[in-house]
Design a protein around this ligand. Structure first.
Ligand SMILES: [Zn+2]
Length: 257
């Protein structure tokens, strides 16, 4: 970004906009970006850097991530970045990986295991749901495990960034492969009871810095979604910006890399 002439302030702003959607420690060759920004001038003549980023698209691993600055509260001057569908870029984790009927077991240091018939720690949250219910990744990330063990049954593990990863157990079917990039809400498998399970459910496990924790006890990054009544305004507002940014070419489009 520095090579492209972007000042440090703009680089920080861009990395802040995408801090919950893109892992900047895992950028790859060919990743690229476009931004539309306003510049600030003192007395209309002295250039004082980038004022704000109005729109951006950052393409990593061939997946575009759009961001549009939108004022949600003009009285209090509150604005935030949302994607092309009006989804907030800051809600890092979904509350649950599945549309569940009930939570059948919570994270606990001690519970009576229904299959093994003994007391042991349960380092996950069990969501009971019907066989075949889609299981989704609770955040953007990369699949680091997709396999089968006797205990876990069919399971998938997703790495979200250098800090967080999540795991989904007892699936009937896995629908992603190791190395695959997944988006928040993307289906990664279906509910089942493979491995050590008495009925159909997802055992959802949550890691922070390599340690399993209870996600309900974490102070997780989140943001309010765009209010429903603002959605139409938002989509109308971003349409010309999106057309404009889509028409821009990437800096290296004509270069052979
Ligand atoms: Zn469990």
């Amino acid at each position: 970004m520095e090579e492209e002439g972007l000042g440090m302030a703009a680089i920080y702003e861009l990395s802040d906009i995408y801090r919950w959607s893109i892992d900047f420690f895992r950028l790859q060759k060919g990743d690229r970006f476009k931004i539309i920004y306003t510049e600030r001038y003192i007395n209309d003549s002295i250039y004082a850097g980038i004022e704000s980023i109005e729109a951006a698209v950052f393409e990593t691993d061939k997946t575009p991530f759009y961001a549009f600055d939108f004022k949600t509260d003009s009285i209090n001057n509150i604005s935030d970045y949302y994607d092309e569908n009006g989804k907030t870029l800051r809600s890092f984790f979904l509350k649950a990986p599945v549309n569940y009927s009930r939570i059948s077991s919570r994270f606990t240091k001690r519970r009576f295991h229904p299959v093994q018939k003994r007391w042991k720690a349960h380092k996950g949250t069990d969501y009971a749901a019907a066989y075949g219910t889609p299981i989704v990744s609770t955040a953007n990330g990369v699949v680091i495990k997709s396999g089968y063990t006797r205990g876990n049954g069919n399971y998938v593990k997703v790495q979200h960034n250098g800090t967080y990863s999540t795991q989904y157990l007892h699936m009937t079917k896995r629908s992603v492969k190791v190395g695959q990039r997944v988006k928040q809400g993307q289906v990664i498998g279906t509910v089942g009871s493979t491995g050590l399970a008495t009925g159909p459910h997802v055992c959802y496990r949550f890691w922070v810095n390599g340690k399993q924790v209870d996600p309900y006890k974490q102070n997780l990054p989140s943001a309010d979604p765009l209010p429903n009544e603002k959605m139409e305004d938002y989509l109308n507002f971003i349409q010309p910006l999106k057309d404009e940014i889509d028409l821009l070419s990437f800096k290296n489009d004509d270069q052979v890399l």
